[in-house]
Design a protein around this ligand. Structure first.
Ligand code: RB5
Length: 146
């Protein structure tokens, strides 16, 4: 699995935590996010990163900003992206099992680094359940093609 992580200035600390986790898990990743605390615009990071996932260059993404909201709104504008904004472990597991989410968004100003790390770990490890859930996702992607 290849993972693209990105984010703005407001997500830098949690993004570094997630990068450490990926190193520990032995997961191949690229960090395309803002590298310092200077204020930037989250769509400039979310949109190109989402396109690189949608075109198959990466399997999944983890996008982090202050709330996770801006990154998730922008990511979900890109065809083929199923970005889930998650701040609890139950939802991290459920969105992989039911929604086959290919992008996880989190907000550094919402949760602490330990919870963020746990959410990312569960999300990375959980498989999609398919079956009835696949049919529902197909309905979303059919709508994208209208
Ligand atoms: C930046 O101040 C903040 O607005 C951004 O990180 C994010 O929370 C937007 O949704």
């Amino acid at each position: 699995m290849k993972v693209l992580i990105t984010g703005d200035h407001a997500g830098l600390t949690l993004r570094n935590e997630v990068a450490d986790l990926m190193d520990e898990m032995g997961i191949e990743y690229e960090d395309a996010g803002a590298s310092c605390a200077t204020s930037v615009d989250y769509p400039d990071y979310a949109l190109p990163a989402a396109e690189r996932i949608a075109n198959g260059e990466f399997d999944r993404g983890i996008f982090i900003c202050g709330t996770g909201i801006g990154m998730s709104i922008a990511a979900n504008k890109v065809k083929g992206i199923r970005c889930a904004l998650v701040h609890d472990v139950f939802s991290a597991r459920a969105t992989r099992e039911h929604n086959n989410s290919n992008v996880l968004a989190m907000g550094e100003r919402v949760i602490g680094p330990s919870l963020g790390r746990e959410i990312a770990k569960v999300w990375l490890e959980t498989e999609f359940q398919g079956d009835r859930h696949a049919k529902r996702i197909e309905k979303i992607h059919s709508y994208e093609d209208k």
